[in-house]
Every structure is written in C-alpha cells, then in structure tokens.
Design a protein around this ligand. Structure first.
Ligand code: ZN
Length: 163
C-alpha cells in the first residue's frame, strides 16, 4: 500500500542539522511516530518525500528551510521577565538552551541568548528555522485511516494521539 492522502503512516526517523553536520534526534530507541498523510501533520518537505512510498522503504531526504521550519527572521529577539520562562525552578539558564516562554498565543519555543537577574534575552525564531534538515526515514506501516482519524486530522494509537 502506497502513501497518499488519508493513509495513516508509521515511520522511524533520524534528523540531522545538515548546516552543522550533527544529529539532532531519532525515534529509533522508541516507538515509531505516526501521522495522517495530507493533513499537514509533518513539515511540508517531508510530507512531499513520503508521497508514494510503502512499508519497508528506507530513504534519505534533504529539506530546505522554506519547506521545513522557515527562514530565520532578524529582529526576533526579545527581553522578557524571567518569570515568563517555563522552566524548572532553579534550573541553570545556559545561553543557547531551548526554553519555553509564555506568550499571548500560548507557550512557544525560544533560544536563550542571555540571562540576567530579572530578565532574559531570547530569540523567538524556531530553533530549526533557517536550517537545512536531513532525514533518514524508514517506513514501518501504511494503512487506511479510520473515518474518526480523518475527522480529527490526526492518527490514533501507537505514535499518534491518545484521547
Ligand atoms: Zn483524535
């Protein structure tokens, strides 16, 4: 069965930052991840590469920022009160670390630039913005999505949503 719109797909991945030549994360030590094809569950470039693949397929793809997490925008640095950081109490604040900040649009990721006593400077670009990403993909399973999954716009069960 080939991957197309309304298929539920399970896959393993290893993600590399090709700009820096480093591995960022991998699903291989746990359950595969699952997504509903054609519903923007995953980044655009990866969804395009998945189209037409089948269970057992192994491939690598290199994705430009425009089809991943977008380009870095200048001027996305902000100084915010330290109390707006969602971090463990007393966790050390190290420049370069990924933090979560509370915004009017909800919690979002940011990169810590500098920590002061009461305020921190953060860069609110997505941590992967501007990066050329490399994915090594192994397709584990492809099946028809249920009507309920299509209605919800995501996959249920292993690697997907649990309600
Ligand atoms: Zn659901």
């Amino acid at each position: 069965m080939k991957i197309e719109t309304r298929k539920a797909v399970q896959f393993h991945y290893t993600l590399r930052d090709e700009s820096a030549g480093v591995e960022l994360e991998s699903s291989k030590s746990g359950d595969p991840v699952a997504y509903l094809h054609g519903f923007n569950n995953i980044i655009e470039g990866l969804e395009e590469a998945m189209e037409g693949k089948a269970a057992g397929d192994v491939f690598s793809v290199s994705i430009a920022p425009e089809k991943a997490y977008g380009l870095r925008e200048e001027g996305n640095q902000q100084r915010i009160p330290i109390k707006h950081l969602l971090v463990r109490k007393n966790a050390p604040l190290v420049p370069g670390m990924i933090v979560h900040i509370q915004t009017e649009q909800g919690a979002r990721q940011a990169t810590l630039i500098k920590a002061g006593k009461f305020n921190v400077d953060v860069d609110t670009n997505h941590p992967l913005a501007g990066k050329q990403l490399g994915f090594d993909i192994e397709i584990v399973d492809v099946r028809d999505a249920s009507d309920e999954e299509v209605a919800h716009g995501h996959v249920h069960g292993v690697g997907g949503h649990h309600h």
